[in-house]
Write a protein that binds this ligand. Sequence first.
Ligand code: FUL
Length: 692
Amino acid sequence: MNLKQLSTLLLTLWISSSFAQTKAPSAFGPVPTENQMVWQNMESYAFVHFSLNTYTDQSWGFGNEDVKLFNPQQADCRQWARICKEAGLKGIIITAKHHCGFCLWPSKYTEYSVKNAPWKEGKGDMVREMADACKEYGLKLGIYLSPWDRNSADYGKPEYITYFRNQLTELLTNYGPVFEVWFDGANGGNGYYGGANETRTIDRTTYYDWENTYELIRKLQPNCLIWNDGGDRGDLRWVGTEAGYVGETNWSLLNATGDVEWGMLHFGLENGNAWVPAEVNTSIRPEWFYHPSEDTKVKTVPQLMDLYYNSIGRNGTMLLNFPIMPNGLIHPNDEKAAQEFGKAVKETFSVNLAAKKRAKASNVRGNAKAFGADKAIDKSQDTYWATDDAVSNASLTIDLGKPTLFNRFLAQEYIRLGQRVKAFTVEAFVAGKWQEVAKGTTIGYKRILRFPSVRATQLRLTITDSKSCPLLSNVGIYNAPSFLNAPLIIRNQSGEVSIATDDIGPLFYYTLDGSEPTPQSTKYDGPVQTEGKVTVKAIAYDPGTRKSSLARTEEFDICRKEWKIVGINDEKSQAILDGNTATTWHQSRDKKMPVDLIIDLGKEQNLCGFRYFPDQGMWGPGIITHYQLSVSADNTAWTLVSEGEFSNIKNNPLWQIKKFAPVKARYIKFTALKNTEGNDTTGYAEVDVLTN
Ligand code: FUL
């Protein structure tokens, strides 16, 4: 080969190799179906939980609850739809049938439905009203149909499967398009079962014959997604918790079916062989159904924003539940929280600081325009920045033009060709130097990272590890307003005051003299030793946005340094005095433990009252409703100084403050006479005294 031939060959090889690299990359591993793509783009949608449980204050009905209870006089699915719309949600999944078996639509196959309820004289159909309201508000309709049915006489027998499919057929043929069906995994166990009142167990991997049920769904609603944690893998997966978060590392892949282990649900499986993305389900209140006692426990905007970042921001979708009240409406507290949340999301993501800026990449596939860095900021989900095949480490730099304040970074992979990125870092160019502000593992459909506000001229994303060449369809830089929680103020037993919050990045300022704190007050740099009575007021402050939270005030009485719990040989009982309302101690008469709580105050004090903070937990909290308080100089002769009830403590378990005529004493004895559950358990988060 002469020189000319050689150079022609080299030129041809170069042209063809760069031509090859200008071709779109091939898919890597499993990819989403079109239905999964449409669903993932919805990002967030709602649940509404409404059934006979709503009228019995239960979480799960037994199946024998009277249909006559169902009479939501003001039922208005349009209110539910409006609120969901205002919250920015894109669809609503209604509990057409929960575990108790009661049907919100007039099913032909059972008498246990709205057709026998007083509501609209048996002519009502809540699923119809929900479908109509969704249509009016441009929302999609989803159906929750519990496979477990504690009312049906046939549950556990083969006949039940026909019944279940008949009901599914009604729901999937009469109410227009359904975007998702939800089959909860709870099943088997005791129930009414047509009057049998017995326990029935089933094998959830075989009993429901999911294969044929799925075939029916695909036939009736070809665009519907199947969610199932009841023994077979559907199109989506549960994330292993109802607390509202998925793993920071979250692969939309899985390969197991049936009873998938927790870790796989929570993190997905890096090398899974099927595309099974994560759906994060949680309720706007602690429980799924409406319980009046939870009216004050509705999630706040900062909590809902956490949910957003921990679901959508971690490559999942967000399924947010609204319990419906007995009157058929969403409670005003939930409505307000939902509306404020919708506004907060809009405000946070309305301006992408990366848009229309200059972007450059360390590598562009075949140097082709079609895969250039600008494709990650062009607002189109269909174009993407891509690197050459062999590259798994590459960076993308956005020049912001001028010093710009930001605290959020968002990235999206072009998942139609598979989920690839395994690790990445985010750096900001500040005062002539790159500094790392955040790092992450997986990206997937969407990943959002939060970090303290930084003012920088450039941002650099570096993919440090990827299964195959990275493909980024979108990158966003945001300056999120702070929705700061007022900080928590705790004084421990030795008198040290700590100030803390779950928010990332704020500073705290405080006062000890009752004056209002401002960013000019004392800056909190760690626990502050206090003695005696003190009023602590504190704010959280974001130096980037220069916004403060509302102030929190805590008034502490005498220091508890010398206090001792008498006669209880359990170190955990220190939780009662540790100043932390989140830690609790329980005692039970059943376990032959004393029910009186005696505290030695170390020396004589001028007492004029006491206060009690109950366990805030949902299960077996041992909340005391009736009490006695006695005092003593020597732990032998006792004088009763206060006795009575903690009114409304069940519905509103806040600090209970009781004052009594001033008395000098060294010991106090707190006697629990009764609790909310009528058993002998007593739970204490904190006990304190008031002195004059
Ligand atoms: C759970 C059910 O048992 C709850 O009652 C609720 O419906 C929730 C969404 O799923 O596992």
